[in-house]
Design a binder for this molecule. Structure first.
Ligand code: AP5
Ligand code: ZN
Length: 243
């Protein structure tokens, strides 16, 4: 399975991608999470990226490729161990290590990438050189207006990537991760002003990516205003070829 989740901030990419990862044994590659890791580590890239992310803009295509490469070379991209091979191999065809679990070979769900047409073209080139193809590109469709409450109520547990919502999906104990007991935080770009800029970047820069994949016949649209479990059922229908 090689699939891409596309959608505006708060559409539910980070909520649904782990379900795909767990059900289909694929690697969840989230460029936003990778950037936030760089920010937390205060690397030079992280320092630069933070300014752009807090302003609601897009990090340059070159920097994105640099961060992805860094993640892959250190095999940090996938926290599922062997699943890391999938993306590692997709981006570094020279890697010769073979996974022991073949189901995971070159399978992934991309979340937050590609976000521009040049990124999509780069991804195509990398896959082509491995004679591999994308199965689907799934757009999570939702009105901008509904995203304000989703974004301003979101809480995250950065080490695991687990996401909660103050109202729609509250943690068992206030501001604490259900599994680890560690504190939850609010993303610094999760405010109304920055959201407006992120939405505008989505429409102007990622809109053409949607058209790019529509032209390739890979596009599927899903109503993302439904509850997480209904969205998940509809995602599975796409993978089962029923939608
Ligand atoms: P990124 O981290 O990718 O942010 P984003 O695209 O803005 O998406 P979000 O993470 O905000 O939303 P989501 O769809 O994952 O929603 P979630 O499932 O959490 O990128 C951040 C920044 O990094 C960018 O702005 C850019 O600067 C930079 N960047 C990243 N990748 C880049 C790239 N490739 N190129 C250039 N720059 C890049 O859900 C949101 C909330 O809603 C949660 O609280 C959740 O619990 C709740 N929720 C989810 N689904 C439902 C539902 N069905 N019903 C009710 N509530 C729900
Ligand atoms: Zn996300």
């Amino acid at each position: 399975l090689r699939t891409i989740l596309v959608g505006p901030p708060g559409a539910g990419k980070g909520t649904q991608a782990p379900r795909i990862r767990d059900e289909f044994c694929v690697c969840h590659l989230a460029t936003g999470d990778m950037l936030r890791e760089q920010v937390a580590q205060k690397t030079p890239l992280g320092v630069e990226a933070k300014k752009i992310m807090d302003a609601g803009g897009l990090v340059s295509d070159d920097i994105m490729v640099g961060i992805i490469k860094d993640q892959l070379e250190n095999n940090k991209a996938c926290k599922n161990g062997i699943h890391g091979y999938a993306v590692l191999a997709a981006f570094s065809p020279s890697i010769s290590t073979k996974p022991t679990d073949m189901r995971c070979e070159s399978s992934f769900v991309l979340d937050g990438f590609p976000r521009t047409v040049p990124q999509a073209q780069k991804l195509d080139g990398m896959l082509e050189s491995r004679k591999e193809k994308l199965d689907s590109v799934i757009q999570l469709l939702i009105d901008d207006q509904l995203l304000i409450s989703r974004i301003t109520g979101r809480l995250i547990h950065p080490p695991s990537g687990r996401t909660y919502h103050r109202e729609f999906n509250p943690p068992k104990k206030s501001m604490v991760d259900d599994v680890s007991g560690e504190p939850l935080i609010q993303r610094s770009d999760d405010n109304v002003e920055t959201l407006r800029k992120r939405l505008s970047a989505f429409h102007s820069q990622t809109g053409p990516v949607v058209e790019y994949y529509k032209n390739k016949g890979l596009w599927h649209g899903i109503d993302a205003a439904q509850s997480p479990s209904v969205v998940w059922d509809n995602l599975r229908k796409v993978f089962a070829g029923k939608q």
